[in-house]
Design a protein around this ligand. Structure first.
Ligand SMILES: Nc1ncnc2c1ncn2[C@@H]1O[C@H](COP(=O)(O)OP(=O)(O)O)[C@@H](O)[C@H]1O
Ligand SMILES: Nc1ccn([C@@H]2O[C@H](COP(=O)(O)OP(=O)(O)O)[C@@H](O)[C@H]2O)c(=O)n1
Length: 228
């Protein structure tokens, strides 16, 4: 692209839980003036709706039949990301232990994935200045033509320590076991599992501070933009 208005840049950031996807993506988007989409919040929101409406989480047919019902709206300002279901602000209830323990089962259902994937693609297409989209299958399935794909990793110990620091007083071992179980479910599902895209840049954040990870990703985006 010639000098002038920059082409919208699409950045995909994937990886397991606690690797720093949300914190990194929000900060990178804010620094570069891009939109931000937390796709995990969308899967949590549809899971919250299923739980609230008494759908049997152990019955994939019941989940599939209901997948089209909730209206899920994501706000993409990195300074104030929002998530609403049928007009209700669900930012807090989607983070409960109950939703966290059920989200992998709901998000494994193909009808749920196709519904949410379509929503994600339309949000990305509407982002005039570009967007940072974080999740599990963004580089592989949702936005395979993204300008830059990052795959964040970290040791299970580091991830559990970060998460239990957030859930004040949570036992690190129990948190670690729950993370490992959720990663295994997310990585082994048939439809669009958690996976690194072949052309993604892998960044191991175990020994890095959050500002170091942010700087690394900002530099990679700027290099991509300069190379266009
Ligand atoms: N490199 C890092 N070093 C230390 N703590 C981090 C790092 N990256 C993220 N964190 C912290 O770990 C927690 C989980 O990060 P988050 O961005 O929510 O991860 P994810 O979205 O991958 O689950 C947050 O409290 C965040 O501040
Ligand atoms: N693109 C995505 C994002 C999340 N998910 C699902 O949603 C769950 C919650 O994602 P999240 O990003 O909020 O999880 P945390 O890493 O923040 O704990 C994951 O464990 C996956 O089951 C998915 O299937 N695909």
């Amino acid at each position: 692209m010639e000098n002038g208005a920059a082409k919208p840049v699409i950045v995909a950031i994937d990886g397991p839980s606690g690797t720093g996807k949300s914190s990194t993506s929000k900060a990178v988007a804010a620094q570069l003036g891009l939109s931000y989409l937390d796709t995990g919040a969308q899967y949590r929101a549809i899971t919250w709706w299923m739980v609230t409406n008494g759908i049997d989480i152990d019955d994939p047919h019941a989940i599939a039949a209901a997948a089209g019902k909730p209206d899920i709206v994501s706000g993409t300002d990195p300074a104030n990301p929002t998530i609403h279901v049928d007009g209700t602000d669900v930012a807090a209830p989607i983070r409960t232990q109950e939703v966290t323990s059920k989200v992998s089962a709901v998000s494994a259902v193909p009808e749920v994935r196709s519904r949410i994937t379509e929503l994600q693609r339309s949000i990305a297409a509407a982002a005039a200045d570009g967007i940072v989209v974080e999740g599990r299958d963004i580089g592989t399935t949702v936005l395979p033509d993204a300008d830059l794909k990052i795959f964040l990793t970290a040791s299970p110990e580091a991830r559990a320590a970060r998460r239990s620091g957030e859930l004040k007083g949570a036992d690190v071992n129990a948190t670690r076991e729950a993370l490992i179980k959720r990663d295994a479910a997310d990585s082994s599902r048939k439809t669009s599992p958690l996976a690194k895209a072949d052309d993604a840049v892998e960044v191991d954040t175990t020994e890095l501070t959050l500002p170091q990870v942010i700087e690394c990703v900002v530099t990679l985006v700027e290099e991509k933009r300069a190379g266009k």
